[in-house]
Write a protein that binds this ligand. Structure first.
Ligand code: ADP
Ligand code: MG
Length: 586
């Protein structure tokens, strides 16, 4: 969205305060604004990074209780307590996130439930916080003599904060750190291989989400003029997640859509259901549960995704022509030893997947690693790139030991790879996916992205991404969604992404798998061209025609061991290789 459109939209929203609406509706909008603020955090957490938290209400509680206690007991200004509350929130989010985000699978949601519950009981049992009665008489908010503590004033304040936060998140998501965050959703392997410190980004996301919740809590405390534990319990934690999922957890505007719907539905149901059933009670929860199940089944991306479909998606303007090129690393001279693999070994329990393999790659060479299925090629690949840890052995990359380093550290040294099964971010454009490969060549981080001071570097990254796409013949597909590409272009895109990191060694795991004959020819041409530009390549490949065609040197594996190595002509003549392939190939 253009800045001008955004500002106009924001002014239009805030102008609602001056419409002759009944006060009831303004109050509703105030609650919707408060819920949306917390929902924004969940968009980042759940929608973007795939992390589920039921504990957001607890962070709302920290913001609310911090300001309530400090304004009541120490007579501080709410504008000061906001920041103290944020500091406490950030600290607790760092601790909770630092512990829980290392866990995988279902442990994170469970841990956030535990966190939500324990904070609820803490709030309810501390004398200083008034136990379950809470704290009463919290002052309202004043801004430059204007009463923004309730009604229309509060609406303008809350929605201004909400829209600012939404704009900051939108800018963040469309940036270097944002692309890194969006790469977290489907496992961390690809992101780490692109040099992304995935745990660090998860923690940053967790903290941002907690801070948004905390601001909402601060506003809430001064709006209600009192705090007690019930709005910050687990039930509300679940409701926040419910709202955001229904609205569309994958999109910033989904949070607001969800808050709108839930609030309106809740009010209607609270009146309607007791009339229907004849007794009073929170029956709306049951309806919410049913709606959630139906939504997850029929519209898993939430309601906003339906609106999104009809919105225009103009291609990114090519504004980066004048940008300075990114710095390049010094490359090895032709013939220099780039990779020296020495007796590497990997045991999976009793299975020796890679049995003391050694080989070398000189600068400018294309070396093929071949062998029947299960020979240990991908494992060898993962050992070299740091995805798996070695049982023993050494890997020297440009004379530096890289064995034992993490894959993002090895990426930093100048090795870049593709995956046997394409790993990409399907809802990002080809250009953005490739720009992720340049992650380590940029430095602007979250705050810079949120405030828009990263513009120049973004241009540099996109310029580089476009250059790499043109290099492999995909200059026509910049603005296509990666998920819409056929297999061939997807694999080429992965190569461009790897190239975008400015590697000294390129590792390709079965780049021709699933390609048609013509696409394979095109791939061979790309590989030869890269070689002519001085690139060194390690190629794992099943397609013998391609391998024999482009490789200078072949390493043949069978059952984890090195069968033989030599030039393609030598390998073709080798009786041992023929024997190995008989019965497994053709
Ligand atoms: P290739 O890529 O040559 O087809 P792989 O390197 O994928 O072969 O696998 C080599 C052997 O190691 C196979 O027998 C495979 O089952 C085994 N293997 C691979 N990864 C693992 C793992 N994570 N745990 C246990 N065994 C594995
Ligand atoms: Mg493999």
């Amino acid at each position: 969205m253009k800045i001008k459109t955004g500002v106009l939209l924001a002014v239009a929203v805030l102008a609602v305060a001056f419409l002759p609406l009944p006060d009831f509706w303004i109050t509703q909008l105030n609650y919707i604004g408060l819920y949306s603020l917390t929902g924004l955090g969940l968009v980042l957490l759940t929608g973007v990074a795939g992390l589920t938290s039921f504990g957001q209400a607890a962070f709302v509680g920290i913001g609310a209780y911090a300001t309530a206690w400090l304004t009541l007991n120490l007579d501080m200004s709410p504008w000061l307590t906001l920041f103290i509350g944020l500091a406490i929130t950030a600290l607790s989010a760092l601790v909770v996130g630092g512990i829980t985000l290392r866990m995988s699978g279902h442990y994170l949601p469970l841990a956030t439930i535990a966190w939500g519950l324990s904070l609820y009981y803490l709030m309810g049992n501390l004398d200083a916080l008034g136990k379950y009665d809470g704290l009463l008489g919290v002052p309202g908010l004043q801004l430059l003599g204007w009463d923004v503590g309730q009604g229309r004033g509060f609406f303008v304040l809350t929605w201004a904060i909400l829209l600012l936060a939404a704009a900051a998140l939108l800018m963040l998501l469309d940036s270097r750190p944002g692309r890194a965050m969006r790469s977290l959703k489907n496992g961390t392997q690809m992101a780490e291989a692109m040099g992304v410190h995935t745990l660090r980004y998860k923690i940053v996301i967790f903290v941002i989400a907690a801070l948004l919740a905390s601001v909402s809590g601060w506003l809430f405390a001064h709006f209600q003029r009192s705090v007690n534990p019930s709005p910050f319990g687990l039930k509300m934690g679940i409701e926040y997640l419910f709202m955001t999922v229904v609205g569309g957890v994958g999109h910033v505007w989904g949070a607001i859509t969800g808050a709108f719907l839930t609030k309106l539905l809740e009010d209607k149901l609270q009146v309607l259901l007791p009339q229907l059933i004849g007794t009073s009670g929170s029956y709306e929860i049951i309806v919410f549960g049913i709606v959630l199940v139906l939504m997850l089944k029929f519209l898993p991306d939430g309601l906003w995704s339906m609106v999104e479909r009809y919105l225009p998606h103009p291609p990114r303007t090519r504004h980066w022509d004048a940008a300075a090129p990114l710095a390049e690393r010094s490359k090895p001279q032709a013939g220099e030893l780039v990779l020296d693999v020495q007796n590497i070994r990997k045991e999976f329990g009793g299975l020796v997947a890679v049995n003391d393999i050694s080989f070398q790659i000189q600068a400018g060479q294309i070396v093929g690693l071949i062998g029947p299925n299960g020979a240990g090629k991908s494992t060898t690949f993962n050992l070299i790139t740091g995805v798996l840890s070695l049982t023993r052995g050494h890997v020297l990359f440009r004379d530096q030991e890289v064995a034992g380093l993490r894959s993002r550290e090895i990426a930093q040294q100048g090795m870049s790879r593709t995956f046997q099964h394409v790993k990409m971010i399907p809802d990002m454009t080809v250009l953005e996916n490739v720009a992720l490969g340049g992650h380590l060549r940029g430095h602007k981080d979250v705050l810079s992205a949120m405030t828009g001071t990263n513009r120049e570097e973004e241009k540099q990254l996109f310029k580089e991404a476009e250059r790499q796409l043109q290099r492999i013949g995909m200059g026509e597909h910049l603005n296509e969604l990666a998920g819409n590409l056929a297999m061939g272009p997807q694999r080429l895109m992965e190569i461009a992404r790897a190239l975008c990191s400015d590697p000294a060694l390129l590792l390709l795991d079965e780049p021709a798998a699933g390609l048609r004959h013509k696409e394979k020819k095109a791939l061979a041409a790309v590989l030869r061209q890269l070689q002519s530009e001085g690139m060194s390549i390690l190629l794992v490949e099943h397609d013998m025609d391609l391998v024999m065609d482009v490789c200078d040197h072949l390493v043949v594996m069978e059952f984890g061991t090195l069968l033989t190595q030599g030039t393609p002509a030598e390998i073709q003549q080798s009786p041992a290789v023929r024997a190995a392939y008989l019965g497994t190939e053709h």
